[in-house]
Design a protein around this ligand. Structure first.
Ligand SMILES: Nc1ncnc2c1ncn2[C@@H]1O[C@H](COP(=O)(O)OP(=O)(O)OP(=O)(O)O)[C@@H](O)[C@H]1O
Ligand SMILES: [Mg+2]
Length: 463
């Protein structure tokens, strides 16, 4: 039941409001400003009915205080007929409505019900909005496509266990973000997240990087140094590009994972470490095992839970979200404001194959924002490779995937050729026709059939 706080110094008014509202809500009363604020602190009401004229601090002061504390409950102020100007002041300070005393019972009851319903509705909308937002984002990962939703669920599930996870995905698909999300959602989130890029560290240094070394362990080891395993104790160790590790280090890593102890280089005492391992690779590890460059026993240790991130071209509905996300991030970083992309530009992005996945998409957007001065980005602002790649691949791929009928594809191909020729010739039909090797009359007929006209001109007027 909704909770209504009645603030009035006259016990008679308190009592009649209680009688009036007790069917609809739970009524709490206060006789002055201090009692009112104490009641709000004790339990946030859904609605406040507030007398403006009270001994001590006035109702207006209470109103301002509620605003300062961010109390979301709407306020109906009670006022004597002669102080309507005070009621106006109250509305300015955020009161939702006012009622003059002596009040009409039905009018007040209707106002109370209306405000309570409105509040319930607003809370419901906020809840739904939250839910939608949650579904499209997990940690730093954005995605509403079915494969990403599936991945989000897997991440939430594996985060709860300590099992080793192997993340697979093409370059730029967000392997590092997945690793971070697993850590953030896990019971170890308060512990460290330590990332090691195994490909970026020379073989000779990787071992001491991972396990640390004692003073004097090798020529350059002037001091004792703890490795990434120890640094990640109690948290998560992310071994990125694990497919690049040299065989000698693979053996040591296997031992560390099996026995949950490590030894610093030049050290003698084994050290117990409690880390959760998340590894990632864009290599075909199975092929590396076949070729003898990756140990199969290590593979089984790290691949307890495999997670595959789908390439971007397999989840085109995520592209608009990722574009918005990138634009919002750039705006927050102080880039010039951009409203979005024209429908044509967005369509090109959705039809391009994105071999570099999300990273390539982010770069394309960043480049377009930097190089163009338009508020709404157009195809000309996009990298040529994207535009060309999208135009040729689209139709063929769409027909093959069964998303576009043959006849429709032919029509689109023809009208695209025409549009390109017209754009290239500044909409000079004679030159465009020449370029295409057709007569001007043929061109005109096709332009009419496909509704092609120079932007800004009226297609129905003879040219
Ligand atoms: N689903 C996603 N939502 C938001 N941003 C993403 C998503 N996937 C990738 N990114 C962004 O794309 C870029 C590349 O991501 P990340 O570095 O995690 O890729 P990766 O798979 O590790 O690539 P590589 O194999 O090349 O190292 C980052 O800027 C990352 O923030
Ligand atoms: Mg990476």
């Amino acid at each position: 039941m909704a909770r209504v706080l009645v603030v009035d110094d006259e016990p008679g008014v308190q009592e009649s409001l209680r009688m009036l509202l007790k069917e609809d809500c739970e009524v709490v009363t206060a006789g002055n400003a201090d009692e009112a604020l104490a009641a709000v602190d004790a339990a946030t009401p859904d609605l406040v009915i507030l007398d403006l004229v009270m001994p001590g601090r006035s109702g207006l002061e209470v109103l301002s205080e509620l605003g300062k504390r961010g109390v979301p409950a709407p306020v109906i102020v009670l006022t004597a007929t002669k102080t309507v100007t005070t009621a106006v002041e109250a509305m300015k300070r955020g009161a939702a409505d006012y009622v003059t005393k002596p009040f009409e019972v039905d009018a007040l009851r209707i106002k109370v019900r209306r405000l309570l319903e409105q509040g319930a509705l607003e809370r419901e909308v906020a809840r739904l909005r939250d839910e939608v937002a949650r579904r499209q984002q997990l940690g730093g990962l954005i995605g509403r496509s079915a494969p990403m939703q599936e991945l989000f669920r897997s991440i939430e599930r594996v985060a709860q266990s300590k099992a080793s996870v192997l993340i697979r995905g093409e370059s730029g698909t967000g392997k590092e973000l997945v690793a971070q999300a697993i850590h953030q959602l896990s019971p170890r989130r308060a512990g460290p997240f330590v990332a090691v890029n195994c490909a970026a560290i020379p073989d000779t240094l990787l071992e001491s990087e991972l396990f640390g070394h004692e003073r004097g362990a090798f020529t350059d080891a002037r001091d004792q140094r703890i490795g990434r395993f120890e640094a990640a104790a109690g948290g998560t160790l992310f071994l990125d590009e694990i497919g690049e590790i040299a065989p000698a280090v693979q053996a040591k890593l296997l031992r560390a994972l099996q026995e949950r102890v490590i030894e610093r280089l030049g050290g003698t005492a084994p050290i117990e470490v409690d880390v959760r391992i998340v590894a990632a690779t864009n290599r075909d590890l199975e092929a590396s095992i076949e070729a003898g460059s990756f140990r199969s026993d290590l593979y089984y240790r790290i691949n307890v839970v495999p997670l595959a991130i789908p390439p971007l071209r397999g989840r085109r509905e995520d592209i608009p979200l990722l574009v918005d996300h990138t634009l919002a991030r750039m705006a927050a970083e102080g880039a010039r404001p951009v409203e979005g992309l024209s429908p044509e530009a967005m369509e090109l992005l959705q039809n391009y194959a994105w071999p570099g996945n999300v990273r390539e998409l982010e770069n394309a957007i960043e480049r377009a924002v930097a190089l163009s001065d338009r508020l709404v980005l157009d195809p000309v602002d996009l990298p040529e490779a994207v535009v060309d790649g999208a135009r040729v691949s689209t139709l063929r791929d769409q027909v093959r995937a069964g998303r576009l009928g043959f006849e429709e594809a032919v029509v689109r191909f023809e009208s695209e050729l025409l549009r390109e020729a017209l754009e290239a010739s500044d909409w000079n039909q004679t030159r465009a026709a020449e370029q295409l090797g057709i007569t001007r009359r043929q061109l005109k007929l096709k332009m009419d059939r496909y509704g092609l006209a120079q932007p800004g001109s009226d297609p129905h007027l003879p040219v």
